[in-house]
Design a protein around this ligand. Structure first.
Ligand code: NAP
Length: 514
């Protein structure tokens, strides 16, 4: 792929069809959890599937001193341990030959000339025509200075010795409220064009999430009922059984709304509810997603308590093991008011969805690890069955499972065999594993491939991020002024505070217990 005079992303073919152009992936935060546990194992998975370009290399950057060999050995152990990519020991060495390491403090301006030289010599040695992807896998407090220094060192633009494209991947959280997200966007866009910035939300890389498009717009039977006339409400759940897992310092400053709702859950909601785009082109898809985010009803500060219940776990039991309260976790303040659970009732103020509540819920230390979107249809008139022994008939339910088992099920009524008329709900099941057998590309792998191809479709834009924060700012303001406001406590291993039931319509709907 040729050099681009401003280093912006060239138009790209859809990812997955042909190998991406040669590139160097520079990961800042190379000794960290994300790199070890997700990025490298997923890249290895891409390598095993033959999806990486022939000329490709990784340059890991962090302060811990490693020689290349020690870095590879450390990553090998992690890749072997992680279950996601099938570990093929016989292919590891070929893959690992492309892994390199450079020890540097990214806050020190003096680090960058040597880093630039290392990038240049690696590109030359591996025949990479200066295409560079920077991955910011460090704590958010480093984002601004990292981007500034990349700009000051002239690494953000093509040069004679490094003539290719430049792209930058930024991890969540993208800001901690509207003002900080705007400031961060301003900094990023002072150095890169928006087309070069890939704000990663790994939920959007999951197969089932992408299948939402195909499911909704590739089948004739669902879209006609995908509206207020047929759908009663929508529940989006992302429940984890884990606690803060050693990330207490980050989490205690963030909480569930910033950590999960602002990005993953609102993005899922946008995909479920958006209008069909004109094409699968990145701009068309992202344009429709943004329109949807903008039509979510704003919540006034004084109404926050009516539409949101937040909670924090106390000690309890998960997976048969006793677990401590959130406040007893490492690096968490013993009198913390941070929420580890949040449930929201939102509306979409447009023609398709007026009057249909969207319930969003996420929590740590919940009863089960599950991410799903449940579409509850309106009940059928049950007049026909009113004089039979079946009584109340369940409404149809469509559930899109995102994890742990990617798939879809549809619940409908069937007559129980035997005399008389007794109606019982039964399920149609589809799982990716059963239908397609083969392992699907893990989410980070899929998204990294998209960045290499220059395909931004699955990455939230500046405006998406700011619109989500605009929506959540009233909640954050309310709790900042009164940190304990409405905080409920729930035992670890349950389904969150019972007060969340009151969010549902007039006691008629229930939270699912998947
Ligand atoms: N881990 C996950 O599952 C996950 C999921 C989603 C998003 N994220 C996001 O990904 C980012 C990284 O998370 P993480 O869990 O990998 O964090 P982490 O385990 O704490 O790793 C942080 C990395 O930053 C490096 N670092 C810190 N200060 C540095 C400096 N001055 N110069 C150079 N390197 C420096 C550290 O290496 P040295 O100490 O060796 O310098 C380490 O490699 C965060 O923004 C997080 O929110 C993580």
């Amino acid at each position: 792929m040729g050099a681009d005079p401003i280093g912006a992303s060239p138009p790209a073919p859809r990812a997955g069809t042909e190998p991406p152009p040669p590139s160097l992936l520079v990961i800042f935060g190379a000794s960290g959890d994300l790199t070890r546990r997700l990025l490298i194992p997923d890249l290895f998975g891409l390598f095993l599937d033959g999806l990486l370009p022939e000329r490709f290399a990784v340059l890991g950057v962090s302060r811990t001193p490693y020689a290349d060999e020690a870095f590879r050995a450390m990553l090998r152990d992690c890749a072997r341990e992680t279950g996601e990519a099938k570990f093929d020991a016989s292919r590891w060495d070929d893959f690992a030959a492309g892994l390199h390491y450079h020890s540097a403090d990214l806050e020190d301006p003096g680090s960058y000339p040597a880093l630039r030289e290392r990038i240049r010599s690696l590109c030359a040695a591996r025949g990479i025509p200066g295409n560079i992807i920077f991955y910011s896998a460090v704590a958010p407090r480093h984002y601004v200075s990292l981007v500034r220094k990349i700009g000051e060192t002239k690494l953000a633009v093509p040069s004679e010795d490094l003539p290719g494209f430049r792209r930058v991947i930024v991890e969540k959280p993208f800001g901690r409220d509207l003002a900080s997200a705007r400031a961060l966007n301003r900094e990023m866009l002072g150095v890169f064009h928006d087309g070069q910035v890939y704000r990663i939300d790994h939920f959007l890389g999951k197969e089932t999430v992408q299948n939402l498009f195909v499911f909704r717009f590739g089948n004739g039977i669902f879209e006609p009922v995908w509206n207020r006339n047929y759908i009663d409400h929508v529940q989006i759940t992302v429940a984890e059984t884990l606690g803060v897992e050693g990330r207490g310092d980050y989490y205690d400053d963030a909480g569930a709304v910033r950590d999960m709702i602002q990005n993953h859950l609102l993005q899922l909601m946008a995909l479920v509810a958006m209008e069909p785009p004109n094409s699968l082109d990145g701009d068309d898809v992202r344009g429709e997603k943004l329109k949807l985010l903008k039509s979510i009803g704003r919540v006034a500060d004084e109404r926050v308590g009516d539409v949101c219940v937040r909670g924090q776990y106390v000690e309890g039991e998960t997976g048969g093991k006793k677990v401590p309260a959130y406040r007893a976790e490492k690096n968490v303040s013993p009198d913390s008011f941070t929420e580890t659970y949040a449930a929201l009732r939102l509306s979409v103020d447009n023609w398709r969805w007026a009057g249909v509540p969207f319930y969003l819920r996420t929590g740590k230390r919940m009863a089960r690890k599950v991410s799903e979107i449940a579409i509850q249809f309106r009940p059928a008139p049950s007049l026909l069955f009113k004089d039979t022994e079946c009584g109340q008939i369940d409404s149809n339910l469509l559930v899109i499972n995102i994890q742990p088992e990617e798939g879809i099920f549809l619940r409908f009524c069937a007559k129980e065999p035997g005399p008389g008329v007794c109606v019982r709900p039964v399920d149609f099941h589809f799982t990716y594993r059963e239908a397609f057998g083969a392992r699907s590309t893990p989410a980070y792998g899929r998204l990294l491939l998209d960045v290499m191809h220059g395909d931004p479709t699955l990455f939230p834009r500046e405006e998406d991020v700011e619109t989500s924060w605009t929506l959540l700012d009233p909640f954050l303001r309310r709790w900042e002024g009164d940190p304990g406001h409405g905080l409920r406590f729930y035992p670890a291993g349950g389904w969150g505070p019972p007060e969340a039931d009151a969010l549902l319509q007039e006691g008629r709907d229930r939270w699912r217990r998947p």
